[in-house]
Ligand binder design. Structure first.
Ligand code: ZN
Length: 82
């Protein structure tokens, strides 16, 4: 049996422009206050404490969603078109 090594949490983060926010998934139990991290979909993100409005407005990242679905379905298929 596996432990919960694949835990993740969601956090709204601004993109490079700082105007558009997206809700990405990150590895770990919860955000520990770090200033940046790489999302599940591989995007380096600057992190900040989101307001309730950010949670409300930020759309969920599709790439993160799909990556997590693939993981949890256990297929292990990785076709990223290298
Ligand atoms: Zn993402």
């Amino acid at each position: 049996m596996k432990t919960n090594e694949r835990q993740h949490y969601w956090l709204p983060v601004p993109d490079r422009t700082g105007f558009q926010w997206n809700r990405h998934a990150f590895r770990g139990k919860h955000w520990d206050g770090r200033p940046s991290d790489t999302s599940v979909c591989g995007v380096p993100c600057a992190m900040a404490k989101p307001s309730e409005l950010d949670w409300f407005q930020a759309p969920t990242c599709r790439d993160c969603t799909e990556a997590l679905i693939v993981e949890q379905s256990g297929t292990g298929i990785s076709e990223n078109g290298k």
